[in-house]
Design a protein around this ligand. Structure first.
Ligand SMILES: Cc1cc2nc3c(=O)[nH]c(=O)nc-3n(C[C@H](O)[C@H](O)[C@H](O)COP(=O)(O)OP(=O)(O)OC[C@H]3O[C@@H](n4cnc5c(N)ncnc54)[C@H](O)[C@@H]3O)c2cc1C
Length: 469
């Protein structure tokens, strides 16, 4: 049966993929001229890629890994050494590593923390480990209950030393949610930490071998279209048409480039748009329904992705790095980490600026200046002195509303994939699933939405009387 999906981010594409697997015909309408939503990427005038976000894949992403295997493209993930690498602001140019040994969980992570002597004293490590025990013993239920606290409040309640916050959790919180520990819900970093503690390769990191649009999204589109589905770019959902009982009667798709608007009819409908886009398009008749009212409690968080091309190598590390800079979050030298971006002689740094609230409305020049000032502290040998590396070009991508802002108390606002409207479903990393606002969360939400749609369609097929000729 025909299923209309609005949004070709990872959630919409995964939903389409699992619907064709279930024997249905998904038709995906994407507003922009590019696939991928928050993983979208473009080529500049010289053919170099730039992206909405620097994206790291984790071993603890079972649904993403399964999707890649089903598409036959698992080899596109370039797995890095099992380690987490931090800059040390107090020792410019020196890196600190948490090398994770290949031993069973949770001892691998515990040993990685105990073996790191650069960042924490023994007393701090022991108090850290003791503070984590409730999360380890009581598991996800405890972690969910901690949604009422910010991470900083939770760390203080557990008696964990402030140094653990400034050394580790500021970096982790910014990397996971684009927020600082005094803003983020404790549930988010604790969920990630729990996955890393419980899974032997959970914290192992991989990079895609090229742009997510071409190397990840396009194969999903090829899979869908080869099996009778359709994906249409430049096709924004303009309006939901409703039956008198409030169920969806059709989607009005805005006609761009001189085309008129047109109406799409299907057997079921999925919004795989961001929560902000969905809220803007909610039909008046749905606005009084508590399920949809709760969406008001969610909104996207700003983030900025920065690309810097240098005239020589400034970094040799083939991995994700946690900058521990007050302005920047994680970064990577993509000329080392990603096959398609590789350059043996010149660096291309991709960096995430977060939290970005104070920067999202500033000019590119101001953002570049603050980034370069931070980088001169991280790479003093390469970027200061008589012959510093020269910046050849840069590109800055601002996303004023990205993943949902994971502040305390948001978990109850995250909607299920099934809605009170019988033929209408939700996908998106903001919807309720255990993997937060991530690529894994987006893929899982798409899969869960596809399962719910398939169950609904098989139920309606059973109750719809078959016409007798
Ligand atoms: C800077 C940055 C770094 C990140 N780093 C990581 C990382 O390292 N690891 C990780 O796992 N995750 C990371 N993420 C998060 C991850 O990218 C997202 O969680 C995931 O891609 C969200 O997918 P989605 O499909 O739920 O939503 P989206 O990607 O937002 O997709 C929604 C789609 O709907 C479309 N749309 C909107 N309105 C309409 C309309 N009216 N009609 C039709 N279509 C519409 C949009 O154009 C978009 O394509 C990062 C995100 C950013 C921004």
């Amino acid at each position: 049966m025909r299923v209309a999906i609005a949004g070709a981010g990872l959630a919409g594409l995964a939903c389409g993929k699992y619907l064709v697997d279930a024997g249905h015909q998904p038709v995906i309408y994407e507003s922009r001229d590019v696939l991928g939503g928050l993983v979208a990427a473009w080529r500049d005038e010289e053919g170099d890629w730039y992206e909405t976000g620097l994206h790291a894949f984790f071993g603890a992403y079972p649904n993403m890994l399964q999707l890649l295997a089903e598409l036959g493209i698992s080899d596109r993930l370039q797995w890095k050494e099992h380690t987490l690498i931090f800059n040390q602001p107090e020792k410019p140019g020196v890196l600190s590593r948490f090398d994770v040994p290949d031993i069973p969980a949770p001892f691998h992570v515990i040993l990685a923390i105990l073996r790191n002597n650069d960042m924490l004293t023994w007393e701090q490590k022991i108090r850290f480990a003791l503070g984590l025990t409730p999360a380890m013993i009581r598991g996800q239920k405890y972690v969910e209950a901690m949604d009422k606290y910010t991470l900083l409040e939770w760390l203080r309640r557990q008696g964990i030393d402030e140094r653990v916050n400034s050394d580790i959790f500021v970096a982790a919180s910014k990397a996971l949610t684009f927020l600082n520990p005094d803003e983020v819900s404790a549930t988010i970093p604790l969920t990630a930490l729990n996955r890393f503690l419980q899974e032997r390769y959970g914290s192992k990191i991989a990079f895609l071998d090229g742009s997510p649009t071409e190397r990840l999204c396009q194969p999903i589109v090829d899979y869908i279209t080869a099996r009778g589905g359709e994906v249409h770019l430049l096709s924004p959902l303009k309006e939901f048409l409703l039956h008198p009982d409030g169920t969806v009667a059709g989607l009005v798709i805005r006609g761009l480039n001189g085309r008129s608007d047109y109406v799409v009819k299907a057997d079921a409908y999925v919004s795989a748009m961001s929560v902000d886009a969905l809220k803007a398009l909610l039909p008046p008749a749905w606005k009084s329904i508590p399920f949809f009212q709760k969406l008001e409690g969610l909104e996207g968080v700003p983030v900025i992705n920065i690309h810097l091309w240098f005239d020589r190598k400034i970094c040799q590390v083939d991995h994700l790095l946690f900058s521990r800079s007050p302005v920047l979050s994680v970064y990577a030298d993509m000329s080392n980490t990603c096959r398609e971006y590789s350059d043996p002689h010149r660096s291309m740094l991709e960096l995430v600026l977060a939290p970005a609230q104070a920067w999202i409305d500033r000019s590119d020049e101001e953002i570049l200046d603050v980034t370069m000032a931070e980088l001169r502290k991280l790479f003093p040998q390469q970027l200061t002195g008589d012959n510093p590396a020269r910046l050849r070009k840069y590109k800055i991508v601002k996303t004023p509303r990205s993943v949902y802002k994971a502040i305390p108390g948001r978990q109850p606002y995250r909607p299920s994939q099934v809605t009170p409207i019988a033929n209408f479903f939700l996908a998106g990393s903001y919807t309720m699933q255990r993997y937060l606002g991530s690529m894994e969360g987006a893929v899982l939400s798409g899969k869960l939405a596809a399962q719910a749609v398939a169950a609904y369609l098989s139920q309606t097929a059973q109750t719809t009387p078959v016409a007798v000729a």
